[in-house]
Design a protein around this ligand. Sequence first.
Ligand code: SAM
Length: 390
Amino acid sequence: MVTPSTKIKKQESSINYYAGFSHTFVEHAIKSSNINEKTALILDPWNGSGMTTSVAYDLGYKSIGIDINEATLIYSYARLADYSVLEESLKYVSTWKDIGIKSVSPFDFLWFTKESTQKLSVIRNKILALRKPIIRNFLSYIAIKAFRKQLIDYFSSNPTWIKRPKNDDDLSKFNFEEWIEECRSSINHFYEQNCSKRVSRSVLPLLRTGSSLALPIRSGSIDCIITSPPYCTRIDYAVMTLPELVWLGYDNNKFNVLRRNLIGTPTVRILYNSFKFSSRIKNLLHRIKSHNSKASASYYYKTFHDYFYNMEKSFDEIDRVLKSKGALHIVLQDSMFKDIDVNLSKIFSESLENRGFTILDESRFMAAGFNYIKGNANINEVVFKCQKML
Ligand SMILES: C[S@@+](CC[C@H](N)C(=O)[O-])C[C@H]1O[C@@H](n2cnc3c(N)ncnc32)[C@H](O)[C@@H]1O
């Protein structure tokens, strides 16, 4: 049986993204969708690290990947790297040792002293000025992966959380030589793990920053959607990708805007009180609001309300862009809020059926790797294979 997460093989795991699904799972979903390799268009509206678009590419399908977080482009392009990208990247890396630092205004890498990151600032500017998106993003991926190795002291037991230094005394000294060595070995390692068997193709997937609430895609143009939405567990994808966002030059304001716009974010927004939810969602929201624990009626109610509002709007968009008879493979996770079941699979299967989708197949698994979320040790992962009937 093909599960979304438990079959992530060793050679697929060099790009790690929290709540990502496996190559095997996407391959199985594509092959079971009965779509034409030459003409079909595959979409992931919550593309994350780009597993859907990279498998579609390897199998020769056209695809589009959308994610609201610009940092994910670094991952989703890196997944597409072939031998020629690695070769070109290694050439760049070989020039970095002799980089000069004259007239550079040092970039603020947040965790490190400015004096220790002068050369890194020059290299960052050079990488971000590269014209080819695949080289620019692959080199950014390698650079940040090596950079993350020096952030160990700022990680916590929650794999999606990275601490910020409180003041200048907490800043670390960046080790430039160690970083270059790590970049080089990471590229060689990447070849063995990701692209030794890759057949290069001329057309890359279309990878874009955008929101699932307003997909930049024509109505009725998609044949198959393979996706896993943000879950209702208040995972902070913005903090998780803070090193990538810092690299891209996000200041606090830009970071906070992104954080507020992510679905499932722990930050609170305005409520759309007039929105007409299904009775199942209304009932769940009511139970959360009337729960006797601290902040249930305020903060938690608002975050759940906001989550369901955004997901319903996104399902409208999924419905709009998918062709009639198009396939939707969606991975969901049930969870708990205190002692209340947050049964996303029931709630969203109803949302899809209300929009004219038929659930052709439903598989349930125990999700791996989520044990750190308090009270959610037994998360149930559900995969729906649906068809749009109208
Ligand atoms: C569960 S992850 C997807 C993981 C992906 N399947 C993979 O294999 O890497 C959900 C993604 O939804 C993205 N997201 C959150 N809100 C969004 C929105 N409004 N529009 C588009 N993407 C959004 C997050 O940035 C995150 O990358």
